[in-house]
Design a protein around this ligand. Structure first.
Ligand code: GLG
Length: 805
């Protein structure tokens, strides 16, 4: 798209006048943001309409990515970059007397997700469009996103995220595409004259699902896909049923808030309704679209792929069956064949408490027709496979058992593909967690290692490095992330090596300034910036990081003139509001920060900075400034991780266990260019089998560990009487579920190694360069291309255009 600076400036002036009846010189940043947003929208409007028309007229096969979370962050800059007008707009605004960055600050971070899973969905949206793949997102438009985190006396406090307060420029409400969704009441099957059965509903309720569409602009390729988020309303026909305000509110609350639990879902009514709401609206609208194509339903999988992102949208399976059976009059066999061919599923965790299950009564009560269909799927599954497998295996894999509906089982049985998100994770699924299913359906299992959108995580967030790359290896890496490899040729080039260091330094100065402004803590950009940013979870072991910091602190106290490389330990993490252990760790880190940051003996050798409200925007500030990337989960527990990829892309050195995608990062950079420590997955499982882990024994044998752990309960760390005891007990009384103590020594040695490497400046620069050069492999562009080929069987539109040209 060719937009000149002159045209852009005129449009800004004109639209501002129209919208706010004022001269541009009088506009506030907020007003400028809204006008700029609407101008940018006009730049992609034609392509958005055209992309959609092309899909329809060319009958392109499309994928619909169903996810209960999307975490796009801010969209202004990303849209400008992808439209190829970032510099034009920036310069135009400067000439008008404004700074783009001030305007960007006005945008609310769209945070309709908790963490990795939601952010992955958004990286995929960006990559799908940028690779020219025909794909759309389908989710929920929550009125409130993930809570805002504040610290009060070191405790996490949650505030509502009112992201829609000033409206949302990017969305388009499509009232005419609304869909009715039915729930509750009773259902029975009435025989028709021709012998078929029709469901009859009594006392059920209808709610209206209204879609809000947001453009997913591809990277300089004229492709604009759609993220469709559904919001609940009461249909006019049902108004009379809602007598009281409370009645209404209960319904309107359906899409009010995102559940803030990262991986431990607790079965709640509203959550199940949310799941059905966006699934039913989405699947109904897909079938409505497919019918426009006038093709036999039995060919649906040639036009449509539906992806089930984690189990939350697993009701896609019975909902598609319902539509095909009840509304399209297909036989069970026909409907089932179509459904399985259309659906595919990704598993994101092996933590058993996160495997979703719903009580039968709840499902029957809220979604009676869904339950009937699930029962029939379950009955047929048992019937079909009990001939071939032992009864126990069938019992373990069936969908309904022990009074509960097992959503992962439903997703696996009802789809043609199940994938894990890193090699190790997929192996664990095949061999351990989902082994029974692997026995029955070996061909359905495959791996798709996660990836990240390098446009946001390097081009936008790290301009100093991006510019340096352009200068050093030219600009092809911006289109083809694998071309970052070209940087490898400069591994002995002193000028390039120091330029990388300078770019990092610049980013560290900027972060240090942000830290000063937000926390009043002064940190030196010459210190090692050691970063752990992710949700707060016991298995991610922020606690291990803290124990090591305390060890360093006691080393300094014991030897006041101890020589060490100054370090700033930076944390960013939200804890689920109901996860009291995670909150205890936040409190303890904050109190330890008070202790260490204010102890004159420490003399700036150690600083702890826990930044509030970790979100996409904050990640964009921290990641470019990181020297060390902490990826220290207990081996086997982190399915993949994606901050590990973002940090390596920005030249941080990874300090990691052999968990999730860390293993593939090690393979990509070579073992000399990463620091690995800790138990392996096999060793962890060996402890499980032998049941001989003994945390108390480790404590008793190690004076260092004793000193560090006693600090939690003897008043050394102030103000944590309750939390300190809880953490101490988790390790000693409850035998340290995540082997923190077992990995402690090995972690301390690894940290020593980090320090030695850092002191060898050139070596450090080289490692940093090698990490950047090998990060292209983890581009989400490659990941979605593999999904497209192996699972969805969709093709880039360019390929199609080339052929038809
Ligand atoms: C999960 C996992 C992460 C994974 C992410 C995306 O815990 O390891 O990287 O999904 O696949 N619940 C999550 O965030």
């Amino acid at each position: 798209m060719k937009i000149t600076k002159k045209v852009f400036k005129e449009e800004m002036i004109q639209r501002l006048k129209e919208k706010y009846a004022m001269d541009i010189s009088d506009a506030t940043p907020q007003e400028l943001f809204h006008v700029l947003g609407s101008v940018v929208k006009t730049y992609y409007a034609d392509d958005w309409v055209q992309t959609w028309k092309d899909y329809l007229t060319e009958e392109t096969k499309q994928v619909y990515y169903f996810s209960i979370e999307f975490l796009p962050g801010k969209m202004l800059k990303s849209n400008l970059l992808n439209l190829g007008i970032l510099d034009t707009v920036r310069d135009g605004l400067t000439e008008l007397g404004f700074s783009l960055d001030d305007i960007v600050d006005q945008e609310k971070d769209m945070a309709l997700g908790n963490g990795g899973l939601g952010r992955l969905a958004s990286c995929f949206m960006d990559s799908i469009a940028s690779c020219g793949l025909p794909g759309n997102g389908n989710g929920i438009r929550y009125d409130y996103g993930l809570f805002k985190q504040r610290f009060v006396d070191g405790y996490q406090v949650e505030l509502p995220d009112e992201w829609l307060n000033n409206g949302n420029v990017w969305e388009v409400r499509k009232e005419s595409k609304a869909i009715d969704v039915r729930f509750g009441g009773d259902v029975y099957m009435m025989p028709l004259a021709d012998g078929r059965l029709k469901p009859v509903y009594e006392n059920s309720r209808l709610i209206k699902a209204v879609p809000y569409d947001t453009a997913m602009v591809g990277y300089q390729n004229d492709v604009v896909n759609t993220l469709r988020l559904w919001s609940v309303e009461i249909p006019a026909s049902e108004e009379s049923k809602y007598r009281s305000l409370e009645d209404r509110r209960e319904l309107e609350d359906l899409t009010a808030v995102l559940y803030p639990d990262d991986s431990n879902e607790r079965g709640r009514r509203i959550r199940l309704l949310q799941e059905y709401f966006f699934v039913s609206a989405g699947v109904q609208s897909i079938v409505r679209y497919f019918k426009k194509l006038n093709k036999p339903l039995t060919t649906m999988s040639q036009s449509i792929a539906i992806h089930i992102n984690d189990t939350h949208p697993a009701l896609c399976v019975p909902e598609m069956m319902r539509i095909l059976l009840d509304e399209c009059d297909l036989s069970w066999e026909q409907a089932w064949e179509i459904t399985v061919k259309v659906m595919s599923y990704t598993n994101h965790t092996i933590m058993s408490e996160a495997l979703e299950k719903w009580p039968i009564e709840l499902m029957q009560d809220l979604l009676p027709r869904m339950y009937q269909i699930i029962e029939e799927i379950d009955r047929r599954f048992v019937n079909q496979y009990r001939k071939y497998y032992e009864a126990d295996l069938i019992e373990r894999t069936r969908i309904i058992r022990n009074g509960q509906v097992h959503m992962a089982n439903l997703a696996i049985i009802g789809s043609h593909s199940t994938n894990g998100v890193a090699k190790l994770h997929t192996d664990l699924l095949k061999n351990v967690v989902l082994h029974d299913f692997y026995v029955i359906f070996p061909g359905r299992f495959n791996n798709k290692t996660n990836g990240i959108a390098e446009r946001r995580w390097l081009q936008l967030s790290n301009e100093p490095l991006a510019k340096l790359l352009d200068k050093t290896i030219k600009t092809s890496w911006r289109q083809k992330p694998n071309d970052l490899h070209l940087l490898q040729n400069f591994v002995e080039d002193d000028a390039v090596l120091s330029a990388i260091e300078e770019a990092k330094y610049k980013n560290k100065v900027a972060l240090a300034q942000y830290i000063k402004e937000t926390t009043d803590i002064v940190v030196s950009p010459n210190a090692i910036f050691d970063v752990q940013i992710k949700r707060l979870h016991a298995y991610k072991r922020q606690l291990l990081n803290l124990l090591h910091i305390l060890k360093l602190y006691f080393d300094i106290k014991a030897k006041p003139d101890l020589q060490m490389e100054p370090r700033v330990f930076i944390f960013g993490a939200k804890a689920a509001p109901s996860y009291s252990y995670a909150k205890a760790i936040i409190k303890t880190i904050n109190e330890t920060a008070q202790l260490i940051n204010n102890d004159p003996d420490v003399k700036d050798r150690l600083k702890i900075v826990f930044l509030e409200n970790y979100n996409v925007t904050l990640a964009e500030r921290i990641i470019p400034a990181a020297d060390v990337s902490e990826q220290i989960s207990l081996a086997s527990k982190e399915a993949s991780g994606t901050s590990n990829m973002k940090l390596m892309l920005n030249g941080a050195v990874t300090l990691a266990t052999l968990d999730g995608a860390n293993i593939e990062i090690r393979d990509a950079v070579g073992k000399e260019n990463i620091v690995i420590f800790g138990l392996t997955e096999e060793e962890v499982y060996a402890y499980y089998h032998a049941q001989n882990y003994n945390a108390l024994g480790i404590y008793e044998d190690s004076p260092t560990i004793q000193k560090v752990l006693n600090a939690f309960i003897d008043g050394t760390i102030p103000n944590i009487q309750f939390e300190g005891q809880e953490i101490f007990d988790s390790l000693i009384k409850y035998n340290d579920e995540f082997f923190v103590l077992r990995d402690f020594d090995s972690y301390c040695l690894a940290q020593k190694r980090i320090e030695e490497l850092y002191q060898d400046k050139r070596r450090w620069q080289q490692i940093s360069l090698i990490n950047i050069a090998n990060a292209g492999k983890f581009s989400a562009d490659h990941t979605v291309e593999r999904y497209a080929e192996d699972i969805w069987q969709i093709e880039p539109v360019f390929a199609h255009k080339e052929l038809t040209r």
